[in-house]
Every structure is written in C-alpha cells, then in structure tokens.
Write a protein that binds this ligand. Structure first.
Ligand code: AHM
Ligand code: MG
Length: 338
C-alpha cells in the first residue's frame, strides 16, 4: 500500500490546490467526520450497548424513532454546536431548526443531516448511514431562521455520507469530485481510499422497492417493465435488481459499480411528492452523484434546482447512471409530466 492520506491532509491539500475550502468549512467536515466515528462505535455495539429497538417517540413526520436515531442526532448536535463554524442545524429527527446557543460563537454555515438513514435496517444488522449537507448562511441579515435553510441543493458547499457496513466509509464532495475515506479502527483515522469516484454512464442494475409497483406512475412502470423484459425486450439486455432499503447503501453501490436508484411518487398518497426528504437525503446524494458524473432528477427537473418551500419537504428521487436517469426522465416528459 502506498502513502496514506488522512482526511485532514486531503482537506488541507484541496484548500492549497483549489482554495475553495475555507477554514470553517474544513473544521465543520472534520467535526462531522469525528461524530460519525462515535456513531460507528454505537452502531457496532448493537445489543451490547443497549442501543437497539424503539425510543418510544415519534419524529415530526410521524415516524417512530429508534433509539439510535435519537442517539445519533444528539451526537451530531453536541459535536457541532461549540466549534464556531455553524449558525444552525436542521435534522430529519427534529421539528424545527437548532440554533447554536448564545454561549457559543456563531459561524457562517448551516448543517443539515439525516443522523441515521435506513432506520428499518438497524435492528437487523444491515448497512445504515449518516447523510449530511452544508449550506452557507445568507450574509444579508443578522440572526438565523428556517428561511435561511430553504436554498436549492445547487447551493450546497459540501455534502457527504458515512456508511456503517462491513467497512465504515466516509464519502465526501466539496464540489470538486467525490472522495472516499475508510475508517482505520486501530489508528482511529479516516484514510483516503478512492479519489475521483466516477459512476459508469450505463448500467444493467436497478434499485427500487418493487412491492410498490402497482402504485407507480406510468413512466416508472414503463421503465421497470422494459428492464424486466430483459434480452428479448426493448432494452435488449438482462437487468439485475438490488434493494437494500438503506439509501446510503444503495447509493454507495451505485458509486462503486453504477446503477439506478428510484424512490418515486406513488398514487397511495397523491399529494405527497415522494418518501425521501429533499434537504437531508435527496440534495446531498444528488450533489455527490452529479459530482461523480451521474444524474439526479425528480422525473421533471434536476433535483439540485428545486427551490424548497419547507424544511421537511419530500421529493421523488431518480438518481445514478446518467443515461438511465435521462431515459426515465424522458419517459416522464413523454407522458406529459406524470
Ligand atoms: P429513514 O430515513 O426513515 O430511514 O427512511 C429512508 C429510507 C431510505 O434509506 C430507503 O431508501 C428507504 O427509506 C426505504 O424505504 P422502504 O422501506 O419503503 O423500502
Ligand atoms: Mg433517512
């Protein structure tokens, strides 16, 4: 193995070469990465740490919180509130924004996170992860409000996720490609294991929860029907299917070997645009996927162009290998915006 590059060294060298990682942003990323190490330890302990099962509470979206959802949310807040790099935080697990308390200095950035994505997989020992997104607080006014968070994903200064799987891996973009770091447990440090991550433009693998098929809109149905038809169908090739039910794990596979991931709108709740959250899941993942040469849309438009109207907004998600995402998006266009 060649020379090991730590996360700190990577960030400092990025700053020197491209000058686009201000000191506060660097600190922020390092603090989030450190919090993810703590989360990895709790996740690993499982039943031994008494962290499995339900917390007996519900989040703002009416979803039952797992003990680990609550623990991870607290770890991220405690780690980030005192460093002086943040003005406020928002989380899938909190009703409103968390403004950095007055006793600490206020920074320029806003941090959004899904503390533990893939909650349904916690107790069954399947990969889960932490997703985060970083925005700059608008500097035209003092104080901070929820409104300051409502920026399109194209404005993200950084985004990433940490996957707690067979390996613990941190995936990061600061808008200049995608880098992956693996946690070296003995050393306690993040080591760069892949830089310039690229998603193949074509794929023969799709990820979607097939049990919802009867509820999908016609363009999604058409795309999957064509994949299922295999070699003898219009696509002329056989497709494989994977669905981990942890977005981090499905996206990680796509970054590693290509594929398309979809969690589309469905007709059970027509007024709900989708299951996944724009600000905590879709935006950071879309930023990462685009930075790796892939694409991400909601069927109608690029996800990163969506102007959010509320913090916990949901969205339909189609992301991954560019040519496949463009095909599904074109099917939506042909169907007249279904
Ligand atoms: P969560 O944030 O409550 O864990 O929900 C998001 C997860 C995603 O990670 C995953 O893609 C999806 O929900 C799985 O949903 P389903 O159980 O409907 O397949
Ligand atoms: Mg989630």
């Amino acid at each position: 193995m060649g020379k090991r590059i730590s996360l700190t060294q990577y960030l400092i060298e990025q700053q020197r070469m491209h000058g686009h990682i201000p000191a506060q942003l660097r600190l922020l990323i390092e603090v989030v990465a450190r919090a993810c190490k703590r989360i990895a330890i709790s996740v690993n302990k499982g039943a031994l740490g008494d962290v499995l099962g339900s917390a007996g509470t519900e989040n703002v979206q009416g979803e039952v919180q797992k003990k680990l959802d609550v623990i991870c949310n607290e770890v991220l807040i405690e780690a980030n509130e005192w460093g002086g790099h943040l003005a406020a935080m928002a989380s899938e697990e909190m009703d409103g924004i968390y403004v950095v308390p007055n006793r600490f200095p206020q920074g320029e950035y806003l941090l959004l996170f899904d503390p533990l994505d893939g909650s349904s997989n916690i107790d069954v020992n399947v990969s889960i992860g932490t997703i985060f997104s970083v925005l700059k607080k608008p500097d035209d006014h003092a104080g901070v409000s929820e409104q300051d968070f409502l920026q399109p994903g194209s404005k993200q200064a950084a985004a990433g996720y940490c996957i707690y799987g067979p390996q613990t891996t941190l995936v990061l973009t600061v808008g200049d490609g995608v880098a992956m770091f693996t946690l070296d447990r003995e050393q306690g440090s993040w080591v760069l294991t892949q830089d310039g991550v690229t998603i193949p433009e074509d794929t023969k693998e799709f990820a979607i929860n097939m049990s919802n098929m009867r509820h999908w809109a016609p363009p999604v149905r058409r795309y999957i029907d064509e994949c299922l038809a295999g070699k003898d169908g219009p696509r002329g090739k056989d497709f494989n299917m994977r669905w981990v039910a942890s977005m981090v794990a499905d996206v990680h596979r796509i970054l590693t070997r290509g594929g398309i991931f979809m969690y589309p709108w469905d007709k059970r709740e027509p007024d709900k645009p989708g299951k996944l959250r724009l600000m905590y899941e879709a935006n950071p993942m879309s930023f990462i996927v685009e930075q790796a040469g892939g694409a991400a849309t909601n069927g109608q438009q690029r996800i990163l162009d969506i102007q959010p109207s509320k913090l916990h907004e949901r969205v339909s998600v189609i992301l991954g290998s560019k040519n496949e995402v463009e095909r599904v998006t074109a099917y939506h266009r042909e169907a007249g915006g279904a």
